[in-house]
Ligand binder design. Structure first.
Ligand SMILES: Cc1cc2nc3c(=O)[nH]c(=O)nc-3n(C[C@H](O)[C@H](O)[C@H](O)COP(=O)(O)OP(=O)(O)OC[C@H]3O[C@@H](n4cnc5c(N)ncnc54)[C@H](O)[C@@H]3O)c2cc1C
Length: 397
C-alpha cells in the first residue's frame, strides 16, 4: 500500500510549507508538548469524572494547530510529511490518552476522504483542520469480524441505499459530525464486497448510543452505532462500490505507523515517571534509583523505547518515499504494542504499591496502554500480516 500524498512531496514544497507554517505561527515542539503535559493533564480529573472531552480542550487543540499538522496545505493544513509529524505525535502521547487520540485520528482520517472523496466530501477537510468538524471511522462490529466478514449491509435502491447493521467502539462517536462507515454491498459486478460511506450524524434512522465506557483513554467518546433500513443518498458513498476495504486499509496502514508512534510517547512518559519516583523514593536509607535491580528495569525500558522509535521511523520513511510499507507498519505495531506493555509493567513495579493507586500518574498510563492491544487491529492480526510477508519474502521462500 503506497502513501500517495507523502510520496508526491518535493523539496520545493517543503520550503513553501515551512514558510506557511512560520506565517501561521505554528508553535514549536516544546510548546506543543507542554499543552498535553499541562492543560490536558490539568483537565484530566474532569475527563475521568465525565468520560468526555471538555470543549475548552478541543478548542485549544484546534487553536494550536493539532488538527492541521499533516493536513495538506490546500485544505489549510501545515502539510507535514510523516517523519516531520512523528515528533509532534510522540509528544502528544506523553499526556493523557485523550490528547494523543485527538492528534492521531484527525491527522489520519483526512487521507481516505482526500483520496477517495468527491468535491463535497473534500470540502469537509478545511473545517476538520479548524476543529469545526469531527469525522469518526466506523468499522468494528459485535456481530461480524473486521474486514470481509462485516455484517452491516447496504442495499441499493436507485439513487439511494438502505443501510442495516451495527458498529461499536467507535472513537469520537459522541461528538462526530460525520461517520466513515464500511458495509457489505456485494452486487456481483463489484471487484470486492465492501463499500464505504461518509454519512452525517443527523441522518434519519441513525442511532448513536454513547454509553460505551472503556478501561482507560477516558474522554475519547466511544459509542455503539445502530441503523436499520436507514436511507442513505448515493452522494454519501466514499469511493467506488466495492472499494470499501481499500478505503479502510488506506486509513489503517498509515494509521498503524501513527499509532505505533503514540506508543513510544506513552512509554517514554512511563519511563520519565519511573525515574522521578525512583530518585524520590528512599528505602533502607537510599533512593531506590541506586539499586541495581531498579536500574536494570530502567535500562530495559529505555532500550525497548529506543528500538520502538527507530522501528516506527523506518516504516514512516518507507511510507514517505512512496514504497510499500504495509508489512513494516504491522511489524512496528506488533513490536510496539508488546513494548508498551513491557514498559508499563516495569514502570508499575518500580512505583511499588503506590503506583496501583489513583493518585499515581502511572495508574492511568497503565490503563491507557492496554487500549493498544485492540485499537486498529490486535497483535494476532498484525502477526498474520507479518507472517504472510515473511513467508513470501524469506530467502527460503
Ligand atoms: C480504545 C479503542 C478505540 C477503538 N476505536 C475504533 C474506531 O474508532 N473505529 C473502529 O471501527 N474500531 C475501533 N476500535 C475497535 C478495534 O479496532 C477492535 O477492537 C479490534 O480491531 C479488534 O476487533 P474485535 O474487538 O472485534 O476483536 P475480535 O475480532 O472479537 O477478537 C477477539 C480475539 O480473537 C482474535 N481473532 C479474531 N479473529 C481472528 C483471526 N481471524 N485469526 C486469529 N485470531 C483472531 C483476536 O486477535 C482477539 O484476540 C477501537 C478499540 C479500542 C480498544
Amino acid at each position: 500500500m503506497l502513501c500517495p500524498y507523502d510520496a508526491g512531496r518535493t523539496a520545493g514544497d517543503l520550503k513553501a510549507i515551512m514558510e506557511w507554517m512560520a506565517m501561521s505561527k505554528v508553535i514549536d515542539l516544546d510548546k506543543f508538548r507542554e499543552f498535553f503535559l499541562t492543560e490536558v493533564e490539568e483537565a484530566y480529573p474532569e475527563v475521568e469524572r465525565t468520560d468526555s472531552l471538555p470543549e475548552a480542550i478541543h478548542k485549544r487543540a484546534a487553536e494550536i494547530g493539532c488538527y492541521r499538522l499533516t493536513l495538506p496545505v490546500e485544505y489549510g493544513g501545515y502539510g507535514m510529511s510523516v517523519t516531520e509529524y512523528l515528533p509532534y505525535l510522540e509528544a502528544s502521547a506523553e499526556g493523557p490518552g485523550v490528547g494523543r487520540m485527538l492528534v492521531h485520528t484527525t491527522n489520519g482520517i483526512w487521507r481516505p476522504v482526500h483520496n477517495f472523496g468527491n468535491a463535497e466530501q473534500r470540502a469537509l477537510l478545511p473545517k476538520m483542520g479548524a476543529g469545526e468538524t469531527v469525522i469518526a471511522f466506523a468499522l468494528t462490529e459485535m456481530t461480524g469480524g473486521t474486514g470481509r466478514d462485516l455484517k452491516s449491509v447496504a442495499r441499493r435502491e436507485g439513487d439511494t441505499w438502505r443501510l442495516s447493521g451495527e458498529k461499536h467502539l467507535i472513537t469520537w462517536a459522541d461528538r462526530a459530525d460525520w461517520f466513515l462507515i464500511v458495509a457489505a454491498t456485494d452486487d456481483g459486478s463489484a471487484k470486492d464486497s465492501l463499500t464505504a460511506f461518509l454519512i452525517p450524524r443527523d441522518i434519519e434512522g441513525f442511532e448513536i448510543d454513547a454509553t460505551q465506557h472503556t478501561m482507560g483513554l477516558h474522554g475519547t467518546g466511544h459509542a455503539f452505532l445502530r441503523y436499520k433500513d436507514m436511507v442513505v443518498p448515493d452522494k454519501y458513498r466514499l469511493g467506488e462500490v466495492g472499494q470499501g476495504l481499500e478505503v479502510a486499509l488506506f486509513f489503517l496502514d498509515y494509521s498503524r505507523v501513527s499509532l505505533s508512534t503514540t506508543m513510544v510517547g506513552l512509554a517514554k512518559r512511563a519511563l520519565d515517571e519511573s525515574v522521578k519516583f525512583a530518585k524520590r523514593r528512599v528505602t533502607f536509607g537510599k533512593p531506590i534509583a541506586t539499586r541495581a535491580q531498579m536500574q536494570t528495569h530502567l535500562a530495559m525500558m529505555h532500550a525497548d523505547i529506543e528500538a520502538a522509535r527507530y522501528l516506527v521511523r523506518h516504516a514512516a520513511k518507507l511510507c514517505e518515499d512512496g514504497k510499500d510499507f504495509t508489512p513494516q507498519a504491522a511489524t512496528a505495531k506488533l513490536f510496539n504494542l508488546n513494548m508498551v506493555g513491557r514498559v508499563t509493567d516495569l514502570a508499575l513495579r518500580v512505583h511499588g504499591g503506590w503506583g496501583y493507586t489513583r493518585e499515581a500518574p502511572i495508574e492511568r498510563i497503565y490503563r491507557d496502554a492496554r487500549g493498544y492491544w485492540f485499537e486498529e487491529g490486535t497483535a494476532e492480526i498484525q502477526q498474520l500480516v507479518v507472517a504472510r510477508h515473511v513467508l513470501e519474502t524469506s530467502a527460503a521462500a
